[in-house]
Design a protein around this ligand. Structure first.
Ligand code: SF4
Ligand code: SF4
Length: 129
């Protein structure tokens, strides 16, 4: 990711920028809304377990679901909304922020959105063109 500038952070190959200041007013739309998958690899599972001071087996049973041959963080369903199990809805923030998975750290610069920036902008108010 490039250095923050007045109009946000840019990344080579992406035709949009991101203003992290927007996260303060946003209700964590990237962490809740439609059902999704928040993939975690073995290193991330270990890091989050350590952060939570939990045995990996207990952490896995409580917070992971298997998706094909991968693992995703579980979601909590409330009405028609799905939130990541680690989304703190009272504070509108991630409760495992220092060890959040790479998938979360790299948002909104996902290859998927490279040619769909409008779809992304509809979800993330921090996207600027
Ligand atoms: S949707 Fe965008 S602005 Fe909102 S919390 Fe996520 S990254 Fe920040
Ligand atoms: S791990 Fe944190 S940043 Fe990632 S989806 Fe869950 S609450 Fe959001």
């Amino acid at each position: 990711m490039g250095a923050p500038e007045a109009n946000g952070i840019g990344k080579q190959g992406f035709n949009y920028r991101f203003n992290p200041e927007s996260c303060k007013q946003c209700e964590g739309r990237c962490c809740n809304g439609e059902s999704g998958r928040i993939f975690v690899n073995q290193d991330e599972i270990e890091a989050i377990s350590r952060f939570l001071k939990m045995e990996i087996s207990k952490f896995s049973a409580d917070y992971l679901r298997k998706v094909s041959y991968k693992f995703s963080l579980k979601e909590i369903k409330a009405n028609h909304n799905y939130a990541c199990v680690f989304f703190d809805s009272k504070r509108n923030q991630c409760s495992i922020y220092p060890v959040r998975p790479n998938q979360c750290q790299t948002f909104p610069f996902w290859d998927y959105y490279k040619d769909k920036p409008e779809e992304l902008a509809a979800e993330c108010p921090g996207v600027v063109f």
